[in-house]
Design a protein around this ligand. Sequence first.
Ligand code: DC
Length: 210
Amino acid sequence: MIIAIDGPAASGKGTIARRLAAHFGLPHLDTGLIYRATARTVLDWGDRLDDIQRAVAAARGLALTDFDEERLRGAQMGEAASVVAAMPQVRAELIDLQKRFAARPGGAVLDGRDIGTVVCPQADVKIFVTASPEVRAQRRALELHGRGERTAYEDVLADIRRRDERDSHRSTAPLKQAADAVLLDTSDLDIEGAFAAARAIVEERRALAK
Ligand code: DC
C-alpha cells in the first residue's frame, strides 16, 4: 500500500505520515528533507542558492542516508529548500530516488508537496493535509522554540505565507491537492485527532479497494 500525504508547511502532514507509517508497519520518507539536504549542501559548498548548476550537482550526489535531521529542520533551511525546490532541474534529479522508495515491496508512506500529483500518482491513498496559516504558524513557532530557536510568531507567519506562495505557484510540480485526494483540515484538531482522522481515511479507502 502506498500512502501519499501532501500539504503546506506545518500542516501536520509530517506527524500524520510518521504515525501512519508506524501504525501500518510501512517505511516513511519525508521528502522535504531531500530538498532541505540539497539546499544545505549548496550552502556548505559556499555557493549561492540560486546557482542552478550547483543545486543540481548537490541533488545528484544525494543519498537517503545523508540526512542529519537536526541540522535540516531549522526555519532557515525550510526557506532555502523552497528556493531550490522551485528549480525544475533539481526536481528532475530527485524524482527517481523518491519513486524507488515508493516502489519498495509492501509499499511506503511519503509526505511532501507533489507526492499524490507527481511522485506517486498511482498511490492507493492520498491525503491533502491543510490548516489555516495562523494555526500553522503557531505550531511552527512552538516547534522552533522547543528547538531553542527564538523566532517571533509574526516572522514565522510571514515565512509560512512566503513559502505557501512560492510552493504553490512554481512552474513544476506545484503544491496542490490531487483530484483523488481526501482533504483533511487539521486547524481544529490536536495530533491524536488528526492521526485518528487520517487513519480512518486510509481504512475507508482500503475497504473500498477490496
Ligand atoms: O515539508 P518541508 O517544510 O520540510 O519542505 C521544505 C520545502 O521543500 C518546501 O517549502 C517545498 C519543498 N518541497 C517540495 O517542493 N516538494 C516536496 N515533495 C517536499 C518539499
